[in-house]
Design a protein around this ligand. Structure first.
Ligand SMILES: [Zn+2]
Length: 274
């Protein structure tokens, strides 16, 4: 991060991309995209603004707007915005959302309890207690997401909160002290009682809801029959590439890329989705 950052940064003349979050929503322009141009919040009481890098040579600003601020802009679902943006533009949105989440949840030092503060050029909150002096940086939470294959079949499962009939590849958080590969083996075994082999890295993506880093893997079934853990998933099964169930069609997600890659390698079209 090379750009300046300050709680009192004078933004009266600032032009840039404006990532303005209010509650669970983000400010959109008239086309449903990220506002780009002069500060859309001029006229309101000054708010802390974080400069979170640049996109296309234009600075990116992240602002948290209080729910009761008298502002009449149009707001929308950040997940829908994320899905609608081209791949490169998802990076500044991810960074803005994750930095805002970190900023709002690290106002006090987790070590000594004193207030924290920004001190200039970096995305870091400093403990105001000189005897402590800890620095708090944004953290990401790694999640593994994996396509387990058995010949022309792929393992898919569904959570209790999925729409009816919709399945996806399995996923889970990496535990403290664990490698991503270990997490892949553990999650599959915990959720389905299956063992797997040939775990290979596929791709990664930021998932700023609120601060995950998705790590995608492909693996082969090694043994066992599926026994679902009902605390984790409602159902799981191997589906033949010609008989796939409904899956999520958000093209921005690793689950989409993994299933798409599986279909492509077997020479099949993308299945029906939701
Ligand atoms: Zn402290």
């Amino acid at each position: 991060m090379t750009a300046p950052l300050s709680d009192t940064f004078d933004l009266a003349d600032a032009r840039g991309w404006w990532f303005v979050q209010r509650g669970r929503e983000v400010l959109l322009d008239e086309t449903g995209g990220v506002p780009c141009g002069p500060n859309p919040l001029l006229g309101l009481d000054p708010l802390p603004v974080l400069q979170v890098g640049e996109f296309d040579g234009i600075p990116c600003f992240a602002v948290e707007l209080p729910l009761d601020a008298p502002f009449g802009g149009f707001f929308g679902d950040p997940k829908r915005l994320y899905d609608s943006l081209p791949l490169p533009a998802r990076t500044p949105l991810s960074r803005a959302l994750e930095v805002l989440e970190w900023d709002r949840t690290h106002r006090f030092c987790g070590s000594c309890g004193a207030p924290t503060e920004h001190r200039g050029a970096a995305i870091v909150r400093h403990c105001s207690n000189d005897a402590c002096g800890r620095e708090h940086f944004p953290r990401v939470s790694p999640v593994v997401i994996m396509a387990v294959e058995r010949g022309e079949e792929i393992l898919l499962g569904r959570s209790h909160h999925f729409p009816p009939g919709v399945y996806s590849v399995l996923a889970g958080f990496v535990d403290a002290g664990e490698s991503a590969e270990q997490a892949v083996h553990r999650e599959i075994f915990e959720e389905t009682a299956l063992t797997i082999r040939d775990v290979r890295y596929f791709a990664s993506q930021p998932w700023p809801f609120p601060h995950s880093l998705m790590l995608g893997f492909q693996a082969q079934w090694a043994g066992g029959e599926i026994v679902c853990d009902p605390r984790e998933i409602e159902d799981a099964a191997f589906f033949h590439v010609d008989r796939l169930p409904k899956t999520f069609r958000f093209s921005s997600t690793l689950s989409f890329w993994l299933i798409q890659d599986f279909c492509k390698r077997h020479g099949r079209p993308w299945p029906d989705g939701v």
